[in-house]
Design a protein around this ligand. Sequence first.
Ligand SMILES: *[C@@H]1O[C@H](CO)[C@@H](O)[C@H](O)[C@H]1NC(C)=O
Ligand SMILES: *[C@@H]1O[C@H](CO)[C@@H](O)[C@H](O)[C@H]1NC(C)=O
Ligand SMILES: *[C@@H]1O[C@H](CO)[C@@H](O)[C@H](O)[C@H]1NC(C)=O
Ligand SMILES: *[C@@H]1O[C@H](CO)[C@@H](O)[C@H](O)[C@H]1NC(C)=O
Ligand SMILES: *[C@@H]1O[C@H](CO)[C@@H](O)[C@H](O)[C@H]1NC(C)=O
Ligand SMILES: *[C@@H]1O[C@H](CO)[C@@H](O)[C@H](O)[C@H]1NC(C)=O
Ligand SMILES: *[C@@H]1O[C@H](CO)[C@@H](O)[C@H](O)[C@H]1NC(C)=O
Ligand SMILES: *[C@@H]1O[C@H](CO)[C@@H](O)[C@H](O)[C@H]1NC(C)=O
Ligand SMILES: *[C@@H]1O[C@H](CO)[C@@H](O)[C@H](O)[C@H]1NC(C)=O
Ligand SMILES: *[C@@H]1O[C@H](CO)[C@@H](O)[C@H](O)[C@H]1NC(C)=O
Length: 413
Amino acid sequence: MFRHAAFALLFAFGCVIHLSRGAEVNVTDKDGKLCLYANVMLNFSVSYETSENKTMLAYFDLPSDVMFNGSKCDNTTSILKLNFGAGHSWSMNFTLNGSTYQADSITFSYNLNDSTIFPNSSLTDTLSVNVRPHITDVSTDTSYSCKSKETFQSDSVIQTLWNVLIQAFISNGTQSKNLTSCSADLPSTPTASPTTVAPVTNTTTASTPAPTTPAPTLPTPTTGKFTIKPDVNSTACLLANFALRIGVQHGEKYQEINLDPNVTTVSGSCGVNTSELVLVSNGMTIALTFTNDTKKFHLQAVNVTANLSSGLVVSEANNSLSLWEASVGSSYMCNKEQNFTITSLLNLFTFNLQVQPFAVNKGVFSTAHECSLDDTSILIPIIVGAALAGLILIVVIAYVIGRRKTYVGYQTL
Ligand SMILES: *[C@@H]1O[C@H](CO)[C@@H](O)[C@H](O)[C@H]1NC(C)=O
Ligand SMILES: *[C@@H]1O[C@H](CO)[C@@H](O)[C@H](O)[C@H]1NC(C)=O
Ligand SMILES: *[C@@H]1O[C@H](CO)[C@@H](O)[C@H](O)[C@H]1NC(C)=O
Ligand SMILES: *[C@@H]1O[C@H](CO)[C@@H](O)[C@H](O)[C@H]1NC(C)=O
Ligand SMILES: *[C@@H]1O[C@H](CO)[C@@H](O)[C@H](O)[C@H]1NC(C)=O
Ligand SMILES: *[C@@H]1O[C@H](CO)[C@@H](O)[C@H](O)[C@H]1NC(C)=O
Ligand SMILES: *[C@@H]1O[C@H](CO)[C@@H](O)[C@H](O)[C@H]1NC(C)=O
Ligand SMILES: *[C@@H]1O[C@H](CO)[C@@H](O)[C@H](O)[C@H]1NC(C)=O
Ligand SMILES: *[C@@H]1O[C@H](CO)[C@@H](O)[C@H](O)[C@H]1NC(C)=O
Ligand SMILES: *[C@@H]1O[C@H](CO)[C@@H](O)[C@H](O)[C@H]1NC(C)=O
């Protein structure tokens, strides 16, 4: 009974149509008339913490098969709510104000318990972010149309929205063919506000996917050996070997740059409580600050200033990091490629990493604390050993049971 009701309700709210990757929904009111139409393309980049205290980035698209329970239309407010995957949702709230309507907020909720998207997440909560879209002054009885990409950034989430066609208030049950285009879609003539453009013959073809230019893949960066000496005649007090790449998000563009150790000048300082390594290379300055908290050290701060190919200079810093941790008197080592989210706009990739910012003895690395990525090589013999032990146990139990069975067998004969 309940199931039938739910089915009927779903049916009443319309059905989902697959259309070149965009998610298209037709929301109907209680009388079964179309009251909200939306067709959007959307993708997400979410950074999250893993159980090994690493930050990972998850990329995913809004699938075309979405559910939209929770979507509804009233006279002056309407809600578009898209539910997808294992407990994720994306919603947009609209209000009607006289002859125009606007979108007031976008709420994106993601379920970190979904291990297909967020493998090894340390949290299993559902988190939400709120952003304010720039969808205003849409004339009533027109659809808002925006083929251009729009990016919304919040602390740990970047949302990209494109090929959007939404009519949030539909009065006569049919979607309007008149469009209000976003300013990014209009020819570059400086028009102050979005204008209503002439009817379009078929709006459904608007959903051709935007061309994506894949970023050129860089070669693996060269490993450099960087040392700091307290003075010319002393041995090194800070040692760092690594290959390094940065990834910078600027607006919709993402650029990766390799550090070229051949053209890098090294400076820095060794202290009791903090040590610093500053690398200046072609158009890129990287400052790494290490902290000694009595028994252990870690990478506390990263400050990167980079000249991008577009001519822009970006500067991103985070001074509350807790990476590359090892005991004072040892070094931290990680040969595998690692990527670290320093800020929402800056990623750091390292290869063949070994650092010792404190207590360097005779200018050489002390014993290394290996990162968990490399630790798997040590784990494998342990796992194999445990499996063997298990096998032996099973054989012994089987033997004991077998003996008992035969004994019982003889008795019944
Ligand atoms: C999202 O899609 C846009 C447009 O196709 C693309 O430029 C961007 O790289 C995508 N972002 C992610 C995280 O996939
Ligand atoms: C992760 O960090 C927390 C505190 O920051 C610490 O208690 C925990 O032991 C760390 N876990 C691992 C696996 O390093
Ligand atoms: C579309 O716009 C034209 C001119 O502004 C108007 O005459 C027409 O009624 C509008 N159509 C709809 C469906 O709103
Ligand atoms: C859109 O219009 C073009 C011609 O104007 C037509 O060839 C095409 O089939 C139409 N597409 C849809 C989905 O109606
Ligand atoms: C380094 O050693 C040279 C020769 O041993 C000496 O002349 C110079 O003063 C020393 N410099 C420093 C900074 O100690
Ligand atoms: C760095 O210099 C060495 C020799 O000076 C050269 O063999 C190597 O190719 C250079 N690497 C890069 C990335 O330019
Ligand atoms: C690290 O810090 C502790 C306490 O501040 C200090 O005793 C120790 O000497 C420091 N270690 C180094 C190598 O500077
Ligand atoms: C290092 O930190 C300790 C404890 O926080 C403090 O007592 C000491 O003065 C600091 N040393 C330096 C050189 O800043
Ligand atoms: C990062 O470095 C630049 C110069 O290299 C400096 O102007 C800026 O203040 C630094 N940012 C932080 C947060 O330390
Ligand atoms: C960071 O590493 C993870 C796991 O190796 C990978 O899936 C992700 O694509 C990486 N991020 C970037 C920007 O390469």
